[in-house]
Every structure is written in C-alpha cells, then in structure tokens.
Design a protein around this ligand. Structure first.
Ligand code: HEC
Ligand code: HEC
Length: 263
C-alpha cells in the first residue's frame, strides 16, 4: 500500500500517461477495426464513381432515404449500413422500393453493376459499414457441403425452410426462398442482416463456415427434385415429422428473436 502511494506521489503523471496510453491503444484498435470493415473498393472509390453514385442516389433513393442518407418517414437511415447492404439490396432488386410496403421483394434489378458499385461507394461515404465481399470470401470450391447443411439447419432453416424454399414470419413478413440468391448475395445477406434477418458475424459463423453454407445452398439450387418428396428432401415418411418439428422450432426462434429485438 505504502509503496504504491509512494510511487504515485513521486510520479504524479503516471495516471495521466497510463490513461493516454489506454486511449491511444483503443483509438488505434478502433481505427484498425473500422478500416477492416470498409471494403477495399469503397476505400479506392474514385471521385467520378462517388459523383455518379450521388447523382443516382439523389434521383432514385433520396425521396425515401433523405438527401444525405439520414432517413425519413418512408425509409431508414443508411449511415453505416455499408457498401455490402447496397450491393445486396439493389442487386436483388429490392431497392429502389416501388412503394411503401411491409417488405421489399426480390425483383429484377433496376441498375446495372457499374451503377450499383457507384451507389454502394456513395452510401459507404456516409459512414463505415461492411464492404462488398471479395470473390475469395464467397468462393466455395473447397467447401464442405455436408457440413454446410448442418450449419444451415442450425442457423437458417428455422426461417428459410429445410429446402431453402422460405417461410412466413410474424406480422405478415416472410423469409424468402434462397433458391435464386448468388454466392455473393448469400454472403452479403449473412453480413448485413437484411430486415428481419439477424447479422451473422464471423464470431458466430466463421468465414470458412459461411463458405460451407454457400456450398450447401448451391447444392440445393442445383440438385434435382426427387419426385414428390421435395419438402426438406428427407423422403416422404420423415417429412411430416420434420414439418412439425420445424414449425415448433420456427415459433421458438421467432419468439426469442422478438424478445431480443424488443430489448
Ligand atoms: C419508396 C421508398 C424507398 C426508395 C425509393 C428506396 N428505398 Fe431503400 N429502403 C426503403 C425501406 C422502407 C427500407 C427498409 C425495409 C426493408 O429493408 O425491406 C429500405 C432499406 C434499404 C436498405 C437496407 C438498410 C439496412 O439497414 O440494411 C438499403 C441499403 C437501401 N434501402 C438502399 C436504397 C437505395 C440505394 C435506393 C435507391 C436506388 C433505395 N434504397 C430506394 C425505402 C426505399
Ligand atoms: C429470423 C429469420 C431468419 C434467419 C434465422 C435467417 N434469415 Fe435469411 N432472411 C430473412 C429475411 C426476413 C430475409 C428477407 C429480408 C428482406 O426482404 O429485406 C432474408 C433474406 C435472405 C437472403 C436473400 C434471398 C434472396 O435471394 O433475395 C439470403 C440469401 C438469406 N436470407 C440467407 C440466410 C442464411 C444463409 C441464413 C443462415 C446463416 C439466414 N438467412 C438466416 C430471415 C432470416
């Protein structure tokens, strides 16, 4: 005790130095984390790209999201949603939303990829968020389909159904079919958590596991339907049992999710 107070009396600035060091470390760590989630693309976004993005955004998006993406009565704030959210929402045709609705639907995209990249770069300039994934991140050529199926059944099937065909959620909302999503869009859905879908961080589902899931969904998309046993691809006998279990599971999952959201 005496020793500690003695030494702090001799070095009155020790506390301040320590605090400064702590702040610097935190600052540095924060800078590293934020720079890690900004896509290399948005970091390298050219002035012309941002300019094009700004023009497209003002024309097609600002009526709902505000001129500076701050949000309004018809659309949420886009500050910090990141380039990945824009690439997903506009790439799946969900945005621009045609009219105020409970949920934006997948439809043919209105913009081409160059315009989407520009919109994404512009929205990313509002505030850091997840960047558009690099092709190596959603490459599933070395992924494990069977393992992907396990992870999918654990994390995704309660909303999207065992066979990826989608299903109803509460409040007239629904989880869509994943049968049309590209590997990039599947990856983006996981890192951005569109609407009622949770975000699956790398802490919850590591990058490798995300690739396994993508491989499994790709398998679902390409596997031929075995006759009448399409549901869950589990065979006619087990179907009913699984439908029942899935329904109970979905109810529990949605209850937990609503509980978590309202906190
Ligand atoms: C008619 C209004 C409307 C227009 C126009 C519109 N949006 Fe949206 N947008 C919404 C609403 C409402 C939501 C939230 C509901 C949802 O996600 O289904 C949303 C959600 C989003 C999200 C997801 C935000 C998040 O938190 O992940 C992005 C990104 C987005 N919009 C981008 C755009 C872009 C880019 C455009 C222009 C090309 C656009 N929107 C045009 C109404 C609109
Ligand atoms: C709590 C329910 C829920 C869970 C769990 C969930 N999702 Fe979703 N998912 C949704 C909803 C709701 C949407 C639609 C969002 C919208 O319309 O903006 C969606 C959209 C998607 C889409 C876009 C589909 C398309 O083509 O338009 C993909 C892909 C997807 N989810 C994959 C996954 C994967 C993979 C998992 C598991 C790691 C998962 N989801 C877990 C609810 C969920």
């Amino acid at each position: 005790m005496a020793n500690i107070s003695g030494s702090s009396r001799r070095r009155p600035y020790a506390g301040a130095v320590l605090l400064l060091a702590a702040l610097t470390t935190t600052g540095a760590a924060y800078a590293v984390t934020t720079s890690a989630i900004v896509s290399p693309k948005s970091a390298a976004a050219s002035a012309e790209q941002i300019e094009l993005g700004k023009r497209l955004f003002t024309e097609g998006c600002s009526s709902c999201h505000g001129l500076a993406g701050q949000g309004g009565s018809s659309g949420p704030s886009l500050i910090g949603v990141g380039a990945a959210a824009v690439d997903f929402q506009v790439g799946t045709g969900r945005m621009p939303m045609a009219q105020a609705d409970t949920q934006a639907m997948r439809k043919p995209p209105v913009y081409n990829q160059e315009q989407i990249d520009a919109l994404a770069a512009y929205v990313a300039s509002f505030g850091a968020g997840p960047g558009v994934p690099d092709p190596s991140q959603y490459d599933f050529s070395n992924a494990n389909v069977a393992r992907g199926g396990e992870i999918y059944r654990l994390n995704c099937s309660q909303c999207h159904n065992y066979a990826g065909k989608g299903g109803a959620l509460s409040d007239g909302k629904y989880a869509p079919s994943v049968m049309k999503a590209t590997p990039k869009q599947i990856y983006e859905a996981m890192i951005t958590g569109p609407q009622g879908m949770p975000v699956f961080s790398d802490a919850q589902i590591p990058a490798k596991d995300k690739q396994d899931i993508i491989a499994y969904i790709d398998y679902l998309q390409n596997a031929p339907d075995p006759g009448g046993a399409a549901l869950g691809r589990l065979g006619p006998v087990t179907e009913t049992v699984f439908m029942f279990t899935a329904a109970i599971g979905a109810v529990i999952a949605v209850t937990i999710w609503i509980g978590a959201k309202s906190r």
